[in-house]
Design a protein around this ligand. Structure first.
Ligand code: PCA
Length: 124
């Protein structure tokens, strides 16, 4: 099993959440300070923040190796769109060895979203 911190389309209620079907939800969490989100259109990208106080909210999941391989494919890890790396989380998850998908491409011209991302999938 691998612990994954998800902050975008994989969260509860979002368009790619079904990729986590059958996996274990451990709770809501946020990163340690120093991270922010940018809008990439229909999905967000997590990057290091110029504002060292900025934190990103998301969810921690325990996933199987098979699920993880599917997530890597979805997130374009092989194409260097995102890279799965260890992420520092805020307490009480600060000792938790979770990984997340950081965005590898340029963010010039993109809109900074800050801490939170939510799509409109499954909204009334
Ligand atoms: N999906 C992954 C990374 C960005 C995205 O939209 C996630 O939910 O964490």
């Amino acid at each position: 099993m691998t612990l994954v911190f998800v902050y975008g389309t994989l969260k509860h209620g979002c368009c790619n959440h079904h990729y986590l079907t059958g996996q274990q939800f451990l709770g809501e969490a946020r990163t340690a300070p120093g991270f922010t989100l940018y809008s990439l259109g229909d999905y967000p990208g997590l990057v290091h923040s110029g504002d060292p106080t900025r934190q990103v909210t998301g969810e921690i999941w325990s996933v199987t190796e098979l699920c993880l391989a599917q997530l890597d494919q979805l997130e374009g890890v092989g194409e260097q769109l995102y890279k799965r790396v260890p992420i520092s989380l805020a307490p009480p998850f600060d000792q938790t060895a979770a990984e997340t998908y950081v965005y590898l491409q340029g963010i010039a011209g993109r809109t900074e979203l800050g801490s939170d991302w939510r799509d409109n999938t499954n909204r009334p």
